[in-house]
Design a protein around this ligand. Sequence first.
Ligand code: URA
Length: 205
Amino acid sequence: MNFTIIDHPLTRHYLTVLRDHDTPPERFRTAARSLTYTLVLEATKRLPMDEFPVDSPLEKTAGYRVRDVAAVAVLRAGLGMLDAVLDMIPEVKVGFAGVQRDEETALPQEYYAKLPDLSEASVLILEPMLATGGSLSWAVGKVKSSGARQITALCVVTAPEGVRRLNEDHPDVHIVAAAYDRELNDNYYIVPGLGDMGDRLFGTL
Ligand code: URA
């Protein structure tokens, strides 16, 4: 399975801040950003690079530049991870994908999508809560149909159901996450999880 859990002490530290139900939105947002830095480092380990000569103040030496990278934030919770990606890769192209569950069919329904040209890009999909996997699987399909070649999903918390679904639908996609939790409850929340990521980020509880 193409699945990496980050067990760095800082990842665990910030995950704990996110899990704590007493963490207020402003602290929650900074912790989400800090945790995402640790995921981005792992997720970008195999990015294609160009090599070119660079003049240091002392002499010419080898320089490197990462090629075309794009990030797609799955609305709305993926926005909580975007600033970290922009900090680390300022040249990143950014897309947004909004999906909601149809109340009658329970199938994912697109309500917004704006993607940059992904034909040459390595794509990071920002989907913090991998619960049933429906939204992420849909977002990956959307990104693939725009021509993306190397796709990595960045998640804060994952559930077994979501990881299984992704692996079945898109076995080529690498998942990088901070946690693999026990299960989903009857309302499709991840347990123990951290609650509703969007509500906690934006104070809409
Ligand atoms: N989305 C969330 O924000 N939290 C969950 O636990 C599951 C899906």
